[in-house]
Design a binder for this molecule. Structure first.
Ligand code: ADP
Ligand code: MG
Length: 619
């Protein structure tokens, strides 16, 4: 499914969104049911409280009609006397009646308040539980998606889906469930009383009440679209912030603060504009509803008067009918508002659902790879990025166990992409990548990738100690950590930190230099002795002194394991068993350095650039 920046939520995705929301509500089924019952109970109490004052009206107007014989014959005309009858109160003792009625009124309110509190506590648990489940599930799902997904997406967009959209959805959902239940039950109770007293009158009121639904119909689609737009612009805003923070060094050194400020302001403006439009629609309905409510009340007054004159309503019936109509309008408009709100959260929920709908396009096999015995073979491999013209093609290459294979070539010739194919971060469009003779698609991805240790050009150290960064996701083993640090030429400097190898590095820890960071990364790559070590320009971002230190580490490591090294400096690959020259996505030549000087013009050119023209000529 595509993630559209602006668009409506179609009926099919509505169903998908509903299914997703239900999936997260299901674990809380009982609690939600409890909430619903609670709210139904609470909702009953409000009209009961109103009706409990009925006997006072009867006493005031001195119109004591006969009580109803049974529940089914209660109407607003006789509810007062019926209550007096049930409570065994004598209308001749008005003070006593008032006292009892007032006590009942206060008692019911206290009960309602207590239930409200309890419902609120359950609701918080449900709301936070759902929020937690959704965030965990979304993060877990994100981690299952292939690298290519993340290359297509903006980080801010993903962050805002996992944070803003999920919390907005989880938070409003329970408010809506509660609101719909409470208002729904109240409307039903009031309507039942009104209908029983005067069906025609009540029918007229329902008709006008339906104007609320018409309003919902008119505004709903727009509400969905506008929430969506507001979420999308928030995502763009978050992306800007992430970009600013990540690029702060570049921004500062280019004195580009004002430029970034302008861009940030534009994003904020977009967001505010979209949010204003979204808020407008959420509040635009309020004044309209006010008018609809006024119409309901106007009709009620006129019709009550008419019925009273006709003798269909008594004095107290008239008063109560009007009272209940006045009470009805609020829950009635609240109920339809909740449905409008529900429509509006669909915009944000759609963004979450789209995230969950993303599938891992790299299909897992079922084999678990053993440590490599023979080697890796690429046969007629072809690969093209979905967006872009670059294509790797006719890739035939063998990496035998124990070999050091170097890949060289101009920038953009496809070296990193070739390695990514070996790691199966992408699948080849044609041809195959074989690991010990088995197509890599047949392996479980994670065990397969764990056969590799990878060092990238600029390695990321996570927040944690040196030791944590070496162990990373594997079993901690202090001896192995020291061994890896030794081999990586990193133990010396790491032990000089304040807390030795337990010193925090990364974002919030000590700042390590580029060379130190790369050596920690090498230790991480060789911890647990991988079958194949992959070095993608591991030294290219370093100054010569650090490079020498890292190179020494690399030389030590490559004697022991199979290595694929992408090198920007040819001096570092003089003892490679095999050098592969890539140019424009094709293998131009394979051989030793001396052979390539004879056979590969690209290699000759790279060689001349680094060692000077004369030397290349001589060779
Ligand atoms: P090298 O490592 O040799 O410098 P790469 O393998 O990183 O080159 O990239 C090879 C080519 O593929 C480049 O032209 C680059 O622009 C293109 N490329 C890399 N990643 C992507 C991507 N995710 N989408 C589209 N094109 C890409
Ligand atoms: Mg590269």
């Amino acid at each position: 499914m595509r993630m559209q920046p602006e668009g409506d939520v179609g009926p099919r995705s509505m169903r998908a969104i509903g299914a997703m929301l239900w999936q997260f509500m299901k674990p809380y089924g009982w609690r939600i049911l409890g909430l619903v019952l609670f709210n139904a109970l609470i909702a009953w109490i409000t009209p009961l409280r109103q009706i409990s004052v009925a006997p006072a009206l009867n006493i005031l107007t001195k119109s004591i009609t006969p009580p109803a014989e049974s529940l089914s014959t209660i109407t607003l005309n006789n509810v007062g006397p019926t209550l007096l009858h049930w409570l065994g109160l004598d209308p001749a003792q008005p003070m006593r009646v008032i006292l009892v009625i007032v006590s009942i009124y206060v008692g019911l309110t206290v009960v309602q308040a207590l239930l409200d509190l309890l419902g609120f506590m359950i609701m918080i648990k449900v709301r936070l539980g759902m929020l937690r489940d959704m965030v965990v599930a979304a993060q877990r799902h994100l981690l299952t998606l292939p690298l290519s997904f993340f290359l297509r997406r903006r980080a801010g967009d993903l962050v805002s889906r996992v944070t803003n959209d999920i919390s907005a959805t989880a938070n409003s959902l329970d408010a809506i469930v509660r609101g719909v239940m409470q208002s729904g039950v109240m409307v039903a109770v009031y309507m039942a009383m009104l209908f029983r007293t005067d069906a025609m009158l009540a029918g007229g009121i329902v008709m006008i009440g339906c104007l609320h639904l018409v309003l919902n119909g008119i505004l709903g689609r727009s509400a969905r679209r506008r929430t969506r737009l507001s979420s999308d612009t928030l995502a763009a805003l978050m992306h800007r912030m992430i970009e600013t923070l990540q690029g702060i060094r570049v921004i500062k050194s280019f004195a580009a603060e004002r430029y970034m400020d302008r861009q940030n302001r534009d994003s904020v403006n977009d967001y505010c504009e979209a949010t204003e439009r979204f808020r407008t629609i959420l509040y635009l309905d309020q004044p309209i509803r006010l008018v609809i409510n006024a119409l309901v009340i106007a009709l009620a007054v006129a019709a009550c008067f008419y019925s009273y004159n006709n003798g269909r309503l008594g004095v107290t019936g008239f008063g109560l009918f009007l009272l209940l109509c006045l009470q009805l309008v609020n829950p009635l408009s609240e109920l339809s508002r909740k449905f409008l709100e529900l429509q509006s959260i669909m915009g944000g929920a759609a963004r979450i659902q789209e995230l969950f709908a993303e599938q891992n396009t790299l299909v897992d096999g079922d084999l678990t790879p053993a440590p490599m015995r023979e080697g890796i073979v690429l046969r007629d491999v072809r690969f093209r990025f979905p967006k872009g013209n670059f294509e790797l093609r006719d890739i035939n290459l063998e990496i035998r166990r124990g070999e050091m294979v170097a890949i060289v070539g101009p920038s953009g010739s496809g070296k990193s992409t070739l390695v990514d194919l070996i790691l199966r971060l992408y699948d080849a469009d044609a041809g195959e990548v074989l690991y010990d003779g088995t197509n890599v698609k047949r392996f479980l991805q994670r065990p397969y990738r764990r056969q590799f240790g990878v060092v990238a050009q600029e390695s990321l150290l996570f927040n944690g100690s040196v030791s944590d960064n070496v162990v990373f996701n594997r079993e901690p083993n202090p001896d192995a950590v020291l061994r890896a640090l030794d081999i990586a030429n990193a133990r010396g400097f790491a032990e000089k930190f304040a807390d030795g190898i337990h010193t925090f590095v990364g974002d919030r820890g000590v700042r390590v230099s580029g060379g130190e960071r790369q050596r920690i990364a090498i230790a991480r790559a060789i911890y647990e002795s991988p079958s194949v070590l992959v070095l993608d320009e591991a030294t290219s971002a370093l100054d010569s002194e650090s490079e020498a230190a890292v190179q020494e580490a690399i030389d030590r490591v490559t004697r022991e394991v199979t290595t694929v090294v992408i090198a920007h400096r040819l001096s570092t690959i003089q003892h490679a068993d095999k050098v592969v020259v890539l140019k424009d996505g094709r293998i131009e030549a394979v051989g030793t350095s001396e052979e390539l000087l004879a056979s590969s013009p690209t290699y000759r050119r790279l060689y001349a650039l680094q060692f000077g023209g004369a030397e290349a000529e001589a060779a």
